[in-house]
Design a protein around this ligand. Structure first.
Ligand code: GLY
Length: 324
Protein backbone atom coordinates (compact mmCIF):
# COMPACT_ATOMS: atom_id res chain seq x y z
CA UNK A 1 0.00 0.00 0.00
CA UNK A 2 1.13 3.57 -0.74
CA UNK A 3 0.02 6.31 1.64
CA UNK A 4 -0.30 9.93 0.55
CA UNK A 5 -0.40 12.40 3.45
CA UNK A 6 -2.06 15.71 2.63
CA UNK A 7 -3.66 18.54 4.63
CA UNK A 8 -7.02 17.23 3.37
CA UNK A 9 -6.39 13.78 4.85
CA UNK A 10 -4.54 10.59 4.19
CA UNK A 11 -5.12 8.54 1.05
CA UNK A 12 -4.39 4.81 1.13
CA UNK A 13 -3.61 3.54 -2.35
CA UNK A 14 -3.96 -0.20 -2.99
CA UNK A 15 -2.62 -1.58 -6.26
CA UNK A 16 -3.09 -5.16 -7.43
CA UNK A 17 -5.59 -7.74 -8.56
CA UNK A 18 -7.05 -8.00 -5.03
CA UNK A 19 -7.15 -4.25 -4.41
CA UNK A 20 -10.96 -4.23 -4.13
CA UNK A 21 -10.79 -6.54 -1.11
CA UNK A 22 -9.22 -3.68 0.86
CA UNK A 23 -12.20 -1.32 0.40
CA UNK A 24 -13.58 -0.06 3.72
CA UNK A 25 -16.84 1.90 3.72
CA UNK A 26 -16.85 2.54 7.49
CA UNK A 27 -20.60 1.79 7.64
CA UNK A 28 -21.44 4.97 5.72
CA UNK A 29 -24.26 5.07 3.15
CA UNK A 30 -22.57 4.56 -0.19
CA UNK A 31 -23.45 6.41 -3.36
CA UNK A 32 -21.76 4.55 -6.19
CA UNK A 33 -21.04 6.81 -9.16
CA UNK A 34 -19.95 4.62 -12.02
CA UNK A 35 -18.92 5.26 -15.60
CA UNK A 36 -21.42 3.39 -17.77
CA UNK A 37 -18.61 2.66 -20.26
CA UNK A 38 -16.80 0.48 -17.72
CA UNK A 39 -17.60 -3.25 -18.10
CA UNK A 40 -20.71 -4.01 -16.03
CA UNK A 41 -19.02 -7.03 -14.46
CA UNK A 42 -16.37 -4.77 -12.91
CA UNK A 43 -18.96 -2.30 -11.59
CA UNK A 44 -20.81 -5.25 -10.08
CA UNK A 45 -17.59 -6.48 -8.42
CA UNK A 46 -17.23 -3.07 -6.76
CA UNK A 47 -20.95 -2.92 -5.86
CA UNK A 48 -20.71 -6.33 -4.19
CA UNK A 49 -18.06 -4.96 -1.85
CA UNK A 50 -19.50 -1.50 -1.14
CA UNK A 51 -23.26 -2.35 -1.15
CA UNK A 52 -24.48 1.05 -2.39
CA UNK A 53 -27.68 2.70 -1.17
CA UNK A 54 -27.86 4.33 -4.58
CA UNK A 55 -26.04 3.83 -7.89
CA UNK A 56 -25.67 6.64 -10.35
CA UNK A 57 -24.52 5.82 -13.88
CA UNK A 58 -22.78 8.48 -15.96
CA UNK A 59 -21.07 8.20 -19.32
CA UNK A 60 -17.68 9.74 -18.49
CA UNK A 61 -15.80 12.13 -20.73
CA UNK A 62 -14.92 15.81 -20.62
CA UNK A 63 -18.55 16.74 -21.42
CA UNK A 64 -19.76 15.61 -17.96
CA UNK A 65 -17.59 18.10 -16.07
CA UNK A 66 -20.27 20.80 -16.07
CA UNK A 67 -22.20 22.72 -13.44
CA UNK A 68 -25.41 21.24 -14.88
CA UNK A 69 -24.29 17.63 -14.37
CA UNK A 70 -22.94 18.59 -10.94
CA UNK A 71 -26.39 19.95 -9.98
CA UNK A 72 -28.12 16.85 -11.35
CA UNK A 73 -25.90 14.55 -9.26
CA UNK A 74 -26.49 16.58 -6.08
CA UNK A 75 -30.27 16.51 -6.67
CA UNK A 76 -30.24 12.77 -7.34
CA UNK A 77 -28.23 12.14 -4.16
CA UNK A 78 -30.60 14.29 -2.11
CA UNK A 79 -33.62 12.60 -3.67
CA UNK A 80 -32.22 9.24 -2.64
CA UNK A 81 -31.70 10.22 0.98
CA UNK A 82 -27.94 10.50 0.97
CA UNK A 83 -27.01 12.55 4.01
CA UNK A 84 -23.81 13.96 5.43
CA UNK A 85 -23.08 10.43 6.67
CA UNK A 86 -22.49 9.22 3.12
CA UNK A 87 -19.53 8.09 1.10
CA UNK A 88 -19.09 8.42 -2.63
CA UNK A 89 -17.36 5.57 -4.41
CA UNK A 90 -16.33 6.69 -7.90
CA UNK A 91 -15.62 4.05 -10.54
CA UNK A 92 -14.33 5.39 -13.81
CA UNK A 93 -11.81 7.53 -15.63
CA UNK A 94 -10.32 10.90 -14.76
CA UNK A 95 -13.32 13.01 -15.74
CA UNK A 96 -15.70 10.97 -13.62
CA UNK A 97 -13.29 11.01 -10.68
CA UNK A 98 -12.81 14.79 -11.03
CA UNK A 99 -16.57 15.24 -10.97
CA UNK A 100 -17.36 12.74 -8.19
CA UNK A 101 -14.53 14.20 -6.11
CA UNK A 102 -15.91 17.71 -6.55
CA UNK A 103 -19.38 16.56 -5.54
CA UNK A 104 -17.82 14.89 -2.47
CA UNK A 105 -15.91 18.07 -1.60
CA UNK A 106 -19.09 20.16 -1.50
CA UNK A 107 -22.04 17.87 -0.71
CA UNK A 108 -23.14 18.85 2.80
CA UNK A 109 -19.87 20.84 2.89
CA UNK A 110 -17.81 17.73 2.30
CA UNK A 111 -18.17 13.96 2.53
CA UNK A 112 -15.49 11.31 1.99
CA UNK A 113 -14.89 9.55 -1.30
CA UNK A 114 -13.06 6.52 -2.60
CA UNK A 115 -11.70 6.31 -6.14
CA UNK A 116 -11.63 3.14 -8.21
CA UNK A 117 -9.91 4.38 -11.38
CA UNK A 118 -10.51 2.40 -14.54
CA UNK A 119 -8.22 4.21 -16.98
CA UNK A 120 -4.45 4.39 -16.85
CA UNK A 121 -4.64 8.20 -16.79
CA UNK A 122 -6.92 8.16 -13.76
CA UNK A 123 -4.75 5.58 -11.97
CA UNK A 124 -1.55 7.60 -12.18
CA UNK A 125 -2.93 11.14 -12.17
CA UNK A 126 -6.55 12.06 -11.37
CA UNK A 127 -6.85 9.70 -8.38
CA UNK A 128 -3.71 10.94 -6.68
CA UNK A 129 -3.40 14.34 -5.04
CA UNK A 130 -6.94 15.49 -4.34
CA UNK A 131 -7.55 17.86 -7.23
CA UNK A 132 -11.24 17.85 -8.16
CA UNK A 133 -12.77 20.10 -10.78
CA UNK A 134 -15.40 21.14 -13.27
CA UNK A 135 -14.98 22.98 -16.56
CA UNK A 136 -16.68 26.20 -17.59
CA UNK A 137 -17.42 26.10 -21.32
CA UNK A 138 -14.14 25.01 -22.92
CA UNK A 139 -12.05 26.28 -19.99
CA UNK A 140 -10.76 23.28 -18.09
CA UNK A 141 -10.85 22.85 -14.31
CA UNK A 142 -11.96 26.40 -13.58
CA UNK A 143 -14.12 25.44 -10.60
CA UNK A 144 -12.66 22.98 -8.16
CA UNK A 145 -11.45 22.05 -4.72
CA UNK A 146 -8.64 20.13 -3.08
CA UNK A 147 -10.30 17.09 -1.55
CA UNK A 148 -8.26 13.91 -1.24
CA UNK A 149 -9.96 10.54 -1.59
CA UNK A 150 -9.70 8.48 1.59
CA UNK A 151 -8.60 5.52 -0.52
CA UNK A 152 -7.80 4.55 -4.09
CA UNK A 153 -8.16 0.98 -5.29
CA UNK A 154 -6.32 0.20 -8.52
CA UNK A 155 -7.01 -3.10 -10.30
CA UNK A 156 -4.65 -3.12 -13.31
CA UNK A 157 -6.55 -5.87 -15.19
CA UNK A 158 -9.52 -3.53 -15.69
CA UNK A 159 -7.31 -1.86 -18.29
CA UNK A 160 -7.67 -4.96 -20.51
CA UNK A 161 -10.99 -3.54 -21.73
CA UNK A 162 -9.72 0.02 -22.19
CA UNK A 163 -9.50 1.21 -25.82
CA UNK A 164 -5.88 1.21 -27.02
CA UNK A 165 -5.95 4.98 -27.62
CA UNK A 166 -7.01 5.63 -24.01
CA UNK A 167 -4.23 3.41 -22.71
CA UNK A 168 -1.71 5.38 -24.74
CA UNK A 169 -3.12 8.60 -23.33
CA UNK A 170 -2.25 7.36 -19.85
CA UNK A 171 1.27 6.54 -20.96
CA UNK A 172 1.85 10.21 -21.79
CA UNK A 173 1.44 11.08 -18.08
CA UNK A 174 3.70 8.19 -17.07
CA UNK A 175 6.40 9.33 -19.52
CA UNK A 176 6.02 12.83 -18.06
CA UNK A 177 6.41 11.54 -14.50
CA UNK A 178 9.57 9.63 -15.51
CA UNK A 179 10.97 12.67 -17.26
CA UNK A 180 10.42 14.77 -14.15
CA UNK A 181 11.88 12.44 -11.57
CA UNK A 182 13.11 9.02 -12.61
CA UNK A 183 15.73 8.15 -15.23
CA UNK A 184 15.34 4.38 -14.61
CA UNK A 185 11.60 4.56 -15.24
CA UNK A 186 12.21 6.67 -18.35
CA UNK A 187 14.64 4.06 -19.69
CA UNK A 188 12.30 1.20 -18.76
CA UNK A 189 9.46 2.77 -20.75
CA UNK A 190 11.47 2.35 -23.95
CA UNK A 191 11.31 -1.45 -23.71
CA UNK A 192 9.17 -4.25 -22.28
CA UNK A 193 8.01 -3.54 -18.73
CA UNK A 194 5.52 -4.62 -16.11
CA UNK A 195 2.55 -2.25 -16.16
CA UNK A 196 1.69 -2.73 -12.48
CA UNK A 197 5.25 -1.77 -11.49
CA UNK A 198 5.08 1.27 -13.75
CA UNK A 199 1.75 2.35 -12.22
CA UNK A 200 3.16 1.92 -8.71
CA UNK A 201 6.28 3.95 -9.49
CA UNK A 202 4.26 6.73 -11.16
CA UNK A 203 1.95 6.95 -8.14
CA UNK A 204 5.00 7.18 -5.85
CA UNK A 205 6.45 10.02 -7.92
CA UNK A 206 3.19 11.91 -7.81
CA UNK A 207 2.89 11.22 -4.06
CA UNK A 208 6.34 12.71 -3.45
CA UNK A 209 5.42 15.93 -5.28
CA UNK A 210 1.92 16.30 -3.86
CA UNK A 211 3.06 15.79 -0.26
CA UNK A 212 5.47 18.69 -0.66
CA UNK A 213 3.02 21.08 -2.31
CA UNK A 214 -0.58 19.91 -1.94
CA UNK A 215 -2.11 23.31 -2.76
CA UNK A 216 -0.20 23.65 -6.02
CA UNK A 217 1.73 26.78 -5.16
CA UNK A 218 5.21 25.76 -6.22
CA UNK A 219 6.80 22.46 -7.11
CA UNK A 220 3.48 20.79 -7.95
CA UNK A 221 3.53 22.96 -11.08
CA UNK A 222 6.23 20.53 -12.29
CA UNK A 223 3.38 18.10 -12.99
CA UNK A 224 2.20 20.63 -15.54
CA UNK A 225 5.12 19.73 -17.84
CA UNK A 226 3.82 19.87 -21.41
CA UNK A 227 0.36 20.79 -20.13
CA UNK A 228 0.32 24.54 -20.78
CA UNK A 229 0.53 23.84 -24.51
CA UNK A 230 -1.29 20.49 -24.16
CA UNK A 231 -4.36 21.87 -22.37
CA UNK A 232 -4.65 24.71 -24.88
CA UNK A 233 -4.51 22.25 -27.79
CA UNK A 234 -7.05 20.01 -26.13
CA UNK A 235 -9.46 22.92 -25.65
CA UNK A 236 -8.85 24.24 -29.14
CA UNK A 237 -9.54 20.91 -30.84
CA UNK A 238 -12.54 20.18 -28.59
CA UNK A 239 -11.89 16.52 -27.93
CA UNK A 240 -10.47 15.52 -31.33
CA UNK A 241 -7.19 14.57 -29.65
CA UNK A 242 -6.88 12.82 -26.27
CA UNK A 243 -5.39 14.50 -23.22
CA UNK A 244 -2.32 12.28 -23.54
CA UNK A 245 -1.84 13.08 -27.22
CA UNK A 246 -1.99 16.81 -26.48
CA UNK A 247 0.36 16.52 -23.48
CA UNK A 248 2.79 14.43 -25.55
CA UNK A 249 2.82 17.17 -28.18
CA UNK A 250 3.29 19.82 -25.47
CA UNK A 251 6.23 17.86 -24.01
CA UNK A 252 7.87 17.70 -27.42
CA UNK A 253 7.65 21.48 -27.68
CA UNK A 254 9.13 21.94 -24.19
CA UNK A 255 11.93 19.43 -24.95
CA UNK A 256 13.16 21.18 -28.11
CA UNK A 257 16.97 21.35 -28.04
CA UNK A 258 17.27 19.52 -24.69
CA UNK A 259 19.77 16.64 -24.41
CA UNK A 260 16.95 14.10 -24.00
CA UNK A 261 14.89 15.33 -26.96
CA UNK A 262 15.65 12.32 -29.18
CA UNK A 263 15.10 9.84 -26.35
CA UNK A 264 11.74 11.48 -25.62
CA UNK A 265 10.71 11.28 -29.28
CA UNK A 266 11.72 7.59 -29.38
CA UNK A 267 9.77 6.85 -26.20
CA UNK A 268 6.69 8.69 -27.46
CA UNK A 269 6.98 6.82 -30.76
CA UNK A 270 7.19 3.49 -28.89
CA UNK A 271 3.80 4.34 -27.38
CA UNK A 272 2.27 5.71 -30.62
CA UNK A 273 2.24 9.18 -29.13
CA UNK A 274 4.29 10.88 -31.82
CA UNK A 275 1.33 12.69 -33.35
CA UNK A 276 1.57 16.06 -35.07
CA UNK A 277 -1.32 18.20 -33.91
CA UNK A 278 -2.06 21.18 -36.16
CA UNK A 279 -2.52 24.62 -34.59
CA UNK A 280 -2.70 28.27 -35.43
CA UNK A 281 -0.11 30.01 -33.27
CA UNK A 282 -2.19 33.10 -32.41
CA UNK A 283 -5.28 31.05 -31.61
CA UNK A 284 -3.23 28.74 -29.40
CA UNK A 285 -1.73 31.70 -27.55
CA UNK A 286 -5.25 33.00 -26.88
CA UNK A 287 -6.12 29.64 -25.31
CA UNK A 288 -2.92 29.65 -23.25
CA UNK A 289 -3.82 33.13 -21.97
CA UNK A 290 -6.83 31.55 -20.27
CA UNK A 291 -4.47 29.16 -18.42
CA UNK A 292 -4.90 29.33 -14.66
CA UNK A 293 -1.13 29.09 -14.22
CA UNK A 294 -0.97 32.63 -15.69
CA UNK A 295 -0.97 35.70 -13.44
CA UNK A 296 -1.39 38.91 -15.43
CA UNK A 297 1.61 38.84 -17.76
CA UNK A 298 3.53 36.18 -15.88
CA UNK A 299 3.29 32.45 -16.52
CA UNK A 300 4.64 29.54 -14.56
CA UNK A 301 6.30 26.90 -16.76
CA UNK A 302 7.55 23.44 -15.88
CA UNK A 303 11.00 22.91 -17.37
CA UNK A 304 13.10 19.75 -17.58
CA UNK A 305 16.79 20.26 -18.39
CA UNK A 306 17.92 16.65 -17.94
CA UNK A 307 15.85 13.52 -17.33
CA UNK A 308 14.96 13.49 -13.63
CA UNK A 309 15.75 17.17 -13.11
CA UNK A 310 12.65 19.32 -13.22
CA UNK A 311 12.06 22.86 -12.09
CA UNK A 312 9.41 25.55 -12.29
CA UNK A 313 10.21 28.88 -13.91
CA UNK A 314 8.06 31.98 -13.54
CA UNK A 315 8.55 33.98 -16.73
CA UNK A 316 6.92 36.76 -18.76
CA UNK A 317 3.91 35.38 -20.65
CA UNK A 318 5.47 35.97 -24.05
CA UNK A 319 8.23 33.44 -23.23
CA UNK A 320 5.76 30.70 -24.19
CA UNK A 321 6.00 31.91 -27.80
CA UNK A 322 9.62 30.67 -27.89
CA UNK A 323 8.34 27.13 -27.51
CA UNK A 324 5.69 27.21 -30.26
N1 GLY B 1 -2.65 16.72 -12.63
C1 GLY B 1 -1.71 17.61 -12.08
C2 GLY B 1 -1.78 17.72 -10.60
O1 GLY B 1 -2.40 16.89 -9.96
O2 GLY B 1 -1.23 18.62 -10.05
Amino acid sequence: MITVKTPSGETRIHIGENALDAIKTDSLDVCLIADSRVPQAFIERVAKVVRPVHTLALAGGESIKTLEVYGDIAKEMLGNGLSKASLIVAVGGGTLIDMAGFVASTYHRGIPFIAVPTTLLAMVDASVGGKTALNVDHHKNVIGAFHSPSAVHIVPSVLDSLPERELRSGYAEIIKMALLKDRDLFDALQGPHDLTDVIRRSVEIKRDIVERDFRDQGIRHQLNYGHTIGHALEAMHQGKYTHGECVAFGMRKMAKGKPFEKALLDTLAAHQLLIDIPYDKDALIAFIRADKKRRQDIISLAIVDHVGEARVETVPFDTIKNYL
